[in-house]
Write a protein that binds this ligand. Structure first.
Ligand code: HEM
Length: 453
């Protein structure tokens, strides 16, 4: 495991990785402001030549449609520099192979199965509420992302794997951050010695972080089943890995898919909930409406999937959070053939960075876009929206498989936790963005929790 971890650590911060290349830009004081100025000067398509590679930043609705739908086969997935997180999981692959890997997993994300996940989400939420009750008594500040990451991991493990979380979420959250914060990538691979930079060795912290991440899938598989459910996503993954007729699958594929859910299905949900608590702490009237909606619809009983359908304001608040703080602020692709976008010649190998964050705050599509206003998403308004002006879950056939599940998780968490706690943001306002692989708050999200009587 050590040497595997070391091999992986070498792929972080590699000069070829686009995340490494754009890290000076995204670590700037106002990364999104810079990107906005750059693309707006160039009709929404800003090219940067970096040695042997050209990167195009795109921010127009037509560009999103072009890359994600019209010419989807010309633009393939790009995940260099993030191999330790995903391996060869389906989120990273394309074409017929991607279809074969996605197909056995799709039924576990069908709307019909989600109702069955709600009671599992509620178990995770009750545990979180008990933790929060103890934390509220101490009055100590908490790091909200650590809290929401643990909750999201618990929900994924129970609903999709039929497991109680078989690892220390706090430690794993720390390890995950080592990958997703691109500003660390170079520091992970290299350390300063007497002013110069030298390679890290197996024994050092980054290798431990990578090692911790690599052990997770086996820990999930070997953990005791929680409820002995007969049909779960985990079982479908294991069946596929063992089926000799499914040559696209092997045991490594199973391990990589599990890692994918513990990142793509966990960090994104955790960030959405974290940013939602931040916005709600700044807009107490919205928090109060969510609280009241939950009281009216659910009363004192356990919420059901049918209740979630009726929590329309809560859903609007979640969708508005995703507009303002889309965790996947950039979608990256590699061109596989020549093409033209906004008059620019695209060559095979060029990198394409789509910027949902910018279109989500574009005045042409959103009135007063810097304002947090859940009512933009009131039922009936969605139909009037310009297509491709809202892409928190991506678009086209590579649309997020767990988008609906994530909305349910965040809605349940808001409606339940806000009834028991007042969440008070204790960091600088406005919170600053660190645009790493995901849209992180710079310096985290410190909060104080107060129990409501
Ligand atoms: C609010 C939470 C979430 C956000 C914002 C989000 C966002 C996204 C986006 C933007 C993509 C497309 C990436 C691209 O086109 O390059 C994606 C793909 C994916 N997401 Fe999510 N996601 C969330 C929650 C989840 C959950 C809960 C799961 C599963 C438990 C999940 C699993 C996946 C997978 C497996 C893919 C790859 C699908 C494929 O390539 O076929 N996501 N997600």
């Amino acid at each position: 495991m050590e040497s595997e971890a070391h091999a992986y650590s070498q792929t972080l911060g590699e000069q070829e990785s686009i995340w490494f290349k754009i890290s000076p830009l995204v670590n700037a004081a106002d990364p999104m402001g810079i990107l906005k100025r750059l693309v707006s000067r160039q009709s929404g398509c800003f090219p940067i030549q970096m040695r042997d590679e050209k990167i195009f930043f795109l921010s127009e609705v037509d560009h999103f449609k072009h890359v994600l739908v019209t010419k989807v086969d010309t633009y393939e997935k790009y995940f260099d520099g993030l191999k330790p997180i995903f391996g060869k999981a389906m989120i990273t692959i394309d074409g017929a192979l991607w279809q074969k890997v996605r197909q056995p997993q799709q039924p576990y994300f069908h709307p019909n199965v989600y109702a069955g996940y709600v009671p599992h989400f509620m178990v995770a939420l009750r545990r979180k509420a008990a933790d929060w009750a103890a934390l509220a008594q101490t009055g100590q500040p908490v790091e909200m992302l650590e809290q929401t990451w643990g909750l999201a991991a618990d929900m994924v493990c129970r609903a999709l794997f039929d497991r109680e979380v078989p690892f220390n979420p706090r430690a794993v959250f720390g390890a995950v951050k080592a990958y997703t914060d691109v500003s660390h990538h170079r520091a992970i691979r290299m350390k300063k010695v007497a002013g110069g930079l030298t390679e890290v060795t197996d024994a050092e912290v980054p290798a431990q972080a990578i090692g911790a991440w690599l052990t997770l899938p086996e820990a999930v598989i070997s953990a005791k089943p929680w409820q002995n459910r007969a049909d779960t996503l985990l079982q479908a993954l294991l069946r596929s890995g063992d089926d000799p007729s499914m040559w696209e699958w092997d045991h490594q594929q199973v391990l990589d898919e599990i890692k994918q859910y513990l990142w793509a299905g966990t960090e994104t949900t955790a960030l959405t909930l974290g940013w939602a608590f931040y916005l709600l702490s700044q807009h107490p009237a919205v928090a109060e409406r969510i609280r009241r909606e939950s009281e009216t619809i659910c009363g004192d009983r356990e919420p059901t999937a049918a209740d979630l359908e009726q929590l329309t304001y809560t859903r609007s608040a979640v969708l508005e959070t995703l507009r303002m703080y889309p965790p996947a602020w950039a979608l990256v692709r590699t061109a596989t053939a020549e093409d033209t976008i906004a008059g620019h010649k695209i060559m095979p190998g060029d990198r394409i960075v789509l910027l949902p964050y910018l279109v989500h705050r574009d005045e042409r599509y959103w009135e007063d876009p810097e304002r947090f206003d859940p009512d933009r998403f009131a039922p009936g308004k969605v139909a009037k929206r310009v297509k491709y002006s809202y892409l928190p879950f991506g678009g086209g056939k590579r649309f997020c498989i767990g988008g609906q599940m994530a909305q349910m998780e965040v809605m349940l968490a808001l409606s339940q936790l806000l009834r028991r706690f007042r969440v008070e943001y204790a960091g600088p306002v406005p919170a600053q963005i660190a645009a790493s692989v995901t849209l992180m708050p710079k310096g985290g999200l410190p909060f104080r929790l107060r129990a409501l009587s």
